[in-house]
Design a binder for this molecule. Sequence first.
Ligand code: FES
Length: 110
Amino acid sequence: MANIHIKNTDRTIEVEDGSNILRNSLRYDGEVPNRCGGGYCGTCLVNIEEGSENLDKRKPAEIKKLGEDILNKGYRLACQTFINEGDITISWDKDMTKQVQKRKVQPVKS
Ligand code: FES
């Protein structure tokens, strides 16, 4: 089992290893903002404050929507991100989310 500490709502939810951040938030009222669920809108942008080493690999949808710069600052899309095992702490910031929502999807460099 793993824990997701959600700073904005001051909640900690216990979740299964290998499970998705957004799905857990929806199931346990974590209140992570969301809209599309598919990696397109950017609404579920979360800053991984602690435990990024406990997450799975970045998805192509995240690389396209966020780009390496934003990913390297510790952000992920909650709808695309799974916890391997261990605890994480997340937060979100409306201004940063707005910037990402406006961002055009970038082609992935090969
Ligand atoms: S909910 Fe739209 S990108 Fe995650």
